[in-house]
Design a protein around this ligand. Structure first.
Ligand code: MRU
Length: 351
């Protein structure tokens, strides 16, 4: 079987990524060789999805260091410190980005004696971030598969699959597991305006894997749920507060409300690296506000009358009481989330 093009790949002195803005029309791999190119790729969503941002941001530190050709260790360390915000804060909501950048810099600069070993330590730690994410996806897939064994029609929003992680995805990992087990499966992917991650990316990657997927306009999803056509929902997350409130792509909370009304489970799937234990509740999560032109236009064509305004918050927060369970690599967490999250983070050494 043909190996799918990896969304992120380290190539000795540069990073190769699929430019996700062009999917599904074109599968184009672009090369990232500087911090500015990395920040640009993050901000225009050429690379996206919380865990993928963590994996990519980690490798971006290496190109950011190579770019300045440092002559001394203090100069190199100063450059990395600068990258904590330059790269780590390129997008504000997905905590994995800042988490991974901080982790890789902290680990690589610990007890380092020269420039060569600093660079090797950065690569080693960045690869560990990606490997751990891949393992987390596998475990989330296994646990989610158990929960979704009786579900045939599954709803999802945005893209939380292999394009958004260093593995098989978070919300989509259980779908891949179900497909591998030969279980009947039909995924309803909401289109996810304004940037259409559901229609473009989830539809592309599931179809590519031979999984039956139907794209549903965002506005048609609630009536589809309420008329009993969906067995369960599973979505990803960009940041989960200590009380289980979960930020994810704008529109997610509407799906959660519809799921609650219809009496079907609403699962959030995320690695523990997406949990921000320092935030007591979702009210404290910073929501990225993006350019209004993403709403005014679709792929370069103007939709709205010139002169009208547009709101473009990129994420919303689903309150914990609408979430049936949070599926992590450390187990399936249920209410009271404050306790189950603290226990899970304790297990993985996160607090
Ligand atoms: O703006 P995006 O495309 O980066 O938003 C991505 C999402 O909201 C995903 O659901 C989330 O990051 C989880 S990815 C495993």
């Amino acid at each position: 079987m043909k190996r799918p093009t990896p969304p992120i790949e380290w190539a000795e002195d540069h990073i190769r990524i699929i430019d996700q803005t062009l999917l599904p029309t074109e599968v184009k791999v672009i090369e990232i060789r500087s911090a500015d190119q990395a920040v640009d790729a993050i901000q225009r969503l050429a690379i996206r999805g919380a865990p993928a941002l963590g994996a990519f941001g980690s490798l971006a530190l290496v190109v950011a260091l190579d770019e300045i050709e440092p002559e001394s260790l203090p100069q190199a360390v100063a450059r990395l410190q600068e990258c904590r915000t330059l790269i780590g804060d390129a997008r504000p909501t997905a905590v994995n980005l800042r988490w991974a950048v901080d982790r890789v810099i902290d680990e690589a600069t610990k007890n380092v004696s020269d420039l060569v070993s600093l660079r090797s330590a950065l690569i080693r730690e960045a690869q560990a971030v990606a490997a751990e994410d891949e393992a987390a996806c596998n475990e989330i897939g296994r646990l989610g598969h158990e929960l979704l064994r009786d579900a045939t029609v599954i709803g999802t929003h945005c893209n939380a699959g292999r394009l958004a992680t260093a593995g098989t995805g978070t919300a989509l990992a259980p779908m891949y597991a179900k497909a591998r087990a030969g279980e009947p499966l039909h995924v309803l992917a909401s289109e996810t305006r304004p940037l259409l991650q559901g229609a473009r990316l989830t539809a592309w990657e599931l179809d590519d894997a031979g999984i039956d997927v139907t794209v549903v306009p965002d506005g048609a999803m609630s009536s589809t749920v309420l008329s009993g056509q969906i067995d369960a929902y599973i979505v990803g997350a960009d940041r989960i507060a200590a009380n289980g409130d979960a930020a994810n792509k704008i529109g997610t909370v509407g799906h959660a409300l519809a799921a609650r009304e219809a009496g079907i489970p609403f699962y959030v799937a995320a690695p523990t690296s997406t949990i921000d234990f320092e935030l007591a509740s979702g009210e404290q999560i910073e929501i990225e506000q993006r350019d209004a032109d993403e709403v005014h236009e679709i792929q370069g064509s103007r939709l709205t009358p010139k002169g009208v305004g547009a709101l473009n918050p990129a994420f919303d927060v689903t309150p914990n009481h609408l979430i049936t369970a949070i599926i992590t690599e450390a187990g399936v967490l249920r209410a009271p989330f404050k306790d189950s999250i603290a226990e899970a983070l304790g297990q993985v050494g996160g607090i």
